[in-house]
Design a protein. Structure first.
Length: 124
């Protein structure tokens, strides 16, 4: 590109910004989407932050039934348990990744010891 260091540095904002202002502008406000018994699904990132995707966290305590109207990718970020889709049951544990196709129907997430799932969805 034949651009020098001055050009590269001109893209950065070196002005002081308070921690409170940074949190207000850049941190996402976590909101509860749904609670089922002791399990809760939280919205982490949605169309208010980006039109490109959304991210939810599902805190599974006992069981949670996720019935999405789109495909999504899940990552187990804590704990272990079972994923039940139709007649199929899959063991999952921390670090497990799974893909739920469009029109898969309800997926049951179950855990006796608790687990967290990060679910990523395409744009609406």
């Amino acid at each position: 590109m034949n651009r020098g260091i001055d050009f590269a540095l001109s893209m950065f904002n070196f002005e002081y910004t308070s921690i409170e202002a940074i949190k207000e502008r850049y941190f996402c406000q976590v909101r509860v989407l749904e609670t089922q018994s002791q399990s809760t699904e939280y919205i982490l990132i949605d169309e208010q932050k980006t039109p490109c995707f959304s991210v939810n966290r599902i805190d599974v305590r006992d069981r949670y039934v996720k019935d999405a109207d789109t495909f999504y990718i899940g990552i187990v970020s804590r704990g272990s348990g079972m994923l039940v889709a139709g007649d199929e049951t899959y063991p999952v544990s921390e670090g497990s990744k799974f893909f739920v196709p469009y029109q898969a129907g309800p997926v049951t997430l179950a855990s006796e010891s608790g687990m967290d799932i990060i679910a990523t969805f395409p744009p609406d």
